[in-house]
Design a protein around this ligand. Structure first.
Ligand SMILES: *[C@@H]1O[C@H](CO)[C@@H](O)[C@H](O)[C@H]1NC(C)=O
Length: 327
């Protein structure tokens, strides 16, 4: 109730100070565009149980006037969870990584400008559903181009989290690397952005038994400007497939002053020597140590940020020091 009142006051105030702009409530347009694509864990299932949203919205996913989203009608609006509600329409959408990512980028780079998120992810889709010429692919290109055209903002990166549905058939898993590379090169060509940065997430889970094969394909991808964020070890929902809305881990300093992030997580692993058996659920505590970053520039920051936003359990770049306590 108090919140509603506050909103009304703010709204009234906004109308009073700028009556001429009353019909165009958005006075900012994005400078930096990020495309969100893939399947359910990008569309967001955090805080959804039995197809019901529980309303959980972590602090880092709160809306900000500097973070917009391109809605299904191709108009910019202030972004709020669930980011994909009008895009992945046949499923119940919850919290995904998009807003956490944008908030973290702005946290690190306050002068970055307004962020525009372009949600395009659809649950249950395989990589071949995203092949050039498919409905999903065309929609992705159309939304990305509209986002860029409307205001001249720049597409900074694509956040891609997909592959769970490609773990079901051996053929899909075997062809994954080839299909993913083709998808990325087609997309770069069609967006006339040959060096477009891709943040892809290596799977934490999957619907089938070929998770390791798809992960290998993702980790072995051989294209420039693709940054892989490993989601393995992140907290999963009881379905064993979808990431939860929480699980940021607790951040502490150790005796040497290095930052340590501890996470209680559930991991899916095949024990050594039993790689052919279905992975078992294990409770593990993952600790990563990070030294204070030097300033590697905005996009490197964004990479670090994406990593945190998706709560990865391991560092993708070899330059970071990793402390992994295993079980
Ligand atoms: C939702 O379901 C309808 C009916 O099956 C289908 O035509 C439509 O393409 C689906 N939309 C998405 C975004 O999956």
């Amino acid at each position: 109730m108090r919140l509603t009142l506050l909103w009304l006051v703010l709204l009234a105030w906004a109308y009073l100070v700028s009556p001429s702009e009353a019909t165009t409530p958005l006075q900012v347009l994005p400078d930096n565009i990020f495309i969100l694509a893939g399947q359910s864990n990008m569309a967001g299932r955090g805080g959804v149980t039995h197809k019901m949203r529980d309303g959980t919205i972590p602090l880092e996913c709160q809306p900000s006037p500097s973070i917009l989203r391109l809605n299904a009608d191709l108009a910019w609006e202030v972004a709020h969870e669930p980011l994909h509600a009008d895009i992945d329409v046949n499923r119940t959408c919850g919290v995904g990584p998009g807003l956490a990512f944008a908030n973290a980028v702005l946290d690190k780079e306050p002068g970055f400008g307004v962020v525009g998120l372009v949600p395009c992810a659809i649950g249950g889709t395989r990589i071949r559903d995203w092949a050039r010429g498919s409905r999903l692919y065309n929609e992705l290109v159309r939304r990305a181009e509209t986002a860029r055209e409307v205001d001249g903002g720049r597409i900074r990166a694509i956040l891609w989290y997909q592959g769970e549905s490609d773990t079901v058939s051996r053929e899909d898993a075997e062809l994954y690397k080839q299909r993913l590379e083709k998808f990325i090169s087609n997309l770069r060509a069609d967006l006339q952005s040959p060096t477009l940065l891709i943040f892809q997430v290596a799977l934490a889970s999957g619907q089938g038994r070929y998770i390791e094969q798809v992960r290998e394909a993702q980790l072995g991808i051989n294209l420039p400007n693709v940054i892989t964020i490993d989601a393995k070890g992140l907290p999963l929902q009881p379905d064993g497939l979808h990431l939860t809305a929480e699980g940021a881990g607790s951040e502490e300093r150790n005796e040497e002053g290095a930052k340590e992030i501890k996470e209680e997580t559930v991991d899916f692993r095949s024990p050594a020597g039993h790689e052919n058996e279905p992975p078992k659920r294990e409770k593990v505590e993952v600790i990563h140590r990070t030294d204070e970053d030097e300033d590697p520039g905005i996009l490197a920051h964004a990479a670090a940020t994406a990593r945190n936003a998706i709560r990865c359990a391991r560092h993708a770049d070899a330059s970071s020091k990793i402390g992994n306590s295993g079980k």
